[in-house]
Design a protein around this ligand. Structure first.
Ligand code: IPM
Ligand code: MG
Length: 371
């Protein structure tokens, strides 16, 4: 298979983690006889520094013409505390989502037995937690009319949704629920918001086409409590843009490290894959960031291409590192491995270069030669 992939390394730790995914993708390509062509593009603070724009036209153009985009991270502290900044890195990502019509952001939340001790929740509450969030990504308050009054004392962000915007993501979520445990929970605020009442109505109507999926509803305040109290109850969560932004960050810490979780943003054309963590500027350039979120995002990309066997191998390789304690500093602050080492280990596993029955000492030896 021949695929054109746009690589946007982005800000902070973005370049370091994305490079590990490219190593893994190259190992997959070699192992299975595929050809992945990479086209490097700019976005975010990095793009502002180099071109003055958070999303240069070249990036939009290349992304529209690609099969998929692998993205690192966005954001720089110099913009965060400056409400007067005219140009912001995040504008780049929002514009790319809109330009490519990436209307669904998909974030699986999985837990790993070897990492239960890192979770802020009790081990018994997170065993077998496995759910997936479908967050609407190109509508709602993020993209509504924004206004500040002339005197600067009043501001407004409009929240609008159309039936069509709700339907298209609802279909994706229901279809996925059919492949999973057949339960879909719509998270909204239908006791207060008109847009939420439209979501409920449209999702209920859509559910008649998916009779095998059970549908329930939760208000977002209750949902954020339930995600902590009993995360096992969820299978597929469907929600609008802003609620999805908030609950997906909340859900992401359940697994024990924000660094592990991947995401996909899909529309009708090219799709974008990125780890859910931010640019973590304090760690940039130190070779300590966790590349697993990015590598698992690359696995979601492989699934998106229909390369399920290849994606499965990447996941097996990741699980092998986690099970054997080959982890970065966020997971084990004392005995940790570097970003690049984890990338090597995972790509070597994919390439069959890790001997069967390898023990930790062998890797310790490799570690000293790799670093
Ligand atoms: C996310 C991020 C973005 C969002 C930011 C960087 C604009 O938090 O992808 O969840 O709010 O959507
Ligand atoms: Mg967010």
């Amino acid at each position: 298979m021949n695929k054109n992939i746009v690589i946007i390394e982005g800000d902070g730790i973005g370049p370091e983690v994305t490079r590990q995914s490219v190593k893994v993708l190259n190992a997959i390509a070699e192992q299975f006889g595929h050809e992945f062509n990479y086209h490097y593009c700019l976005m975010g603070a990095d793009a502002i520094d180099k071109t003055g724009s958070p999303l240069p036209n070249d990036t939009i153009e290349a992304s529209l013409n690609s099969d998929a985009i692998l993205f690192g991270a966005i954001g720089h502290p110099k913009y965060d505390n400056d409400p007067t900044a005219k140009v912001r890195p995040e504008q780049g990502l929002l514009k790319l989502r809109k330009s490519l019509q990436l209307f669904a952001n998909i974030r699986p939340v999985t837990t790993y037995p070897s990492l239960h001790h890192l979770s802020p929740l009790k081990a018994q509450n997170i065993e077998n937690v496995d759910f997936i969030i479908y967050r609407e990504l190109t509508g709602g308050i993020y993209f509504g009319k924004k206004e500040t009054s002339a005197d600067g004392n009043r501001a407004m962000d409009d929240c609008t949704y159309s039936r069509e915007e709700i339907q298209r993501i609802a279909h994706l979520a229901f279809k996925n629920a059919q492949q999973r445990r057949k339960k879909l929970t719509l998270v909204d605020k239908a006791n207060v918001l008109e847009t939420s009442r439209l979501w409920r109505k449209v999702v209920k109507e859509t559910s008649s086409q998916y009779a095998d999926v059970s549908l329930d509803f939760l208000f977002v305040d209750n949902a954020s409590m339930q995600i902590i109290l009993n995360p096992k109850q969820f299978d597929v969560i469907l929600t609008e843009n802003m609620f999805g932004d908030i609950i997906s960050d909340e859900a992401s810490v359940i697994s024990g490290s924000l660094g592990l979780l991947p995401s996909a943003s899909v529309g009708n054309g090219s799709a974008l894959f990125e780890p859910i963590h931010g640019s973590y500027p304090q760690a940039a350039g130190k070779d300590i960031a966790n590349p697993v979120g990015s590598i698992l995002s690359a696995a979601m990309m492989l699934d998106h291409f229909g390369l399920n066997k290849e994606a499965g191998l990447v996941r097996t390789a990741v699980n092998w590192t986690l099970d054997n304690g080959f982890v970065t500093k966020d997971i084990d602050p004392v005995n940790f491995y570097f970003t690049t080492t984890i990338g090597e280990l995972i790509s070597d596993f994919v390439s069959n270069k890790i001997p069967v029955g390898v023990n930790k000492e062998n890797i310790e030896l490799r570690k000293s030669t790799i670093i």
